[in-house]
Design a protein around this ligand. Structure first.
Ligand SMILES: CC(C)(COP(=O)(O)OP(=O)(O)OC[C@H]1O[C@@H](n2cnc3c(N)ncnc32)[C@H](O)[C@@H]1OP(=O)(O)O)[C@@H](O)C(=O)NCCC(=O)NCCS
Length: 187
């Protein structure tokens, strides 16, 4: 029973404000997904139907349209995060439906502008997204997936208290799978 309530879904944390994806986030998204270092982790190599490397502004608009559309049919989605002190957008973190080994799942994900890496912002935003997923959206389990070499992303998963569940092929590439259940998160 999706609430279709993107307008109700803003989140505040100690240092960040998260807003559900909207067209207002396009400039930050163009910078983020057009960045070579960021793209090397998200689109590391060409796969069937998927280019590698930084995204063009048109491709970024399609990503944002898909995020906006996700919020229209689900009670959760991606948030874009603004540092409260500076007022600057720093990146995205949120929840999306995905498929793991052929089964439906909900995934938490994160991407932060490189100039803001290492300040704990992905972990802070993702912790709020997990809380939202379990408390507000009533999810029972949330997974996270990353390339085995993505140490920063693995560190975020561990800091969130997520547990390793082995390796899976995801989007055509070997990924490490982590998961957190609502019970585990509450404990
Ligand atoms: C992954 C990403 C979102 C992390 O953002 P962030 O705001 O820097 O994350 P945090 O600061 O919350 O945590 C990063 C952790 O990585 C650790 N880290 C930083 N550099 C590292 C390195 N070279 N090797 C191992 N760990 C490293 C930090 O120490 C920190 O862990 P700690 O707090 O336990 O010390 C960011 O690097 C990013 O956008 N990467 C490109 C896109 C991407 O990979 N997205 C995820 C796809 S699964």
């Amino acid at each position: 029973m999706p609430s279709h309530g993107a307008h109700k879904a803003a989140i505040e944390t100690d240092r960040l404000t998260g807003q559900p994806t909207s067209p207002a986030h396009v400039d930050c998204a163009v910078e983020l997904f057009g960045d070579t270092e960021v793209a090397a982790w998200i689109w590391p190599e060409e796969r069937e139907g998927v280019d590698s490397g930084p995204r063009s502004p048109d491709q970024v608009r399609q990503i944002l349209d898909a995020q906006i559309e996700h919020w229209t049919r689900e009670s959760f989605g991606w948030w874009w995060w603004r540092e409260r002190e500076s007022g600057r957008l720093v990146g995205e973190a949120g929840l999306q439906r995905t498929t793991v080994d052929g089964s439906p799942a909900v995934e938490v994900g994160w991407t932060i502008l490189p100039e803001h890496w290492g300040k704990g912002l992905a972990s802070e935003a993702a912790a709020a997204a997990l809380r939202y997923g379990f408390v507000r959206a009533g999810l029972k389990e949330i997974v996270a997936l990353t390339l085995p070499a993505n140490e920063r992303s693995l560190a975020v998963m561990r800091k969130l208290g997520m547990e390793p569940r082995g390796e899976v092929t995801h989007a055509g590439l070997p990924h490490v799978l982590f998961a957190q259940t609502r019970e585990g998160w509450q404990a």
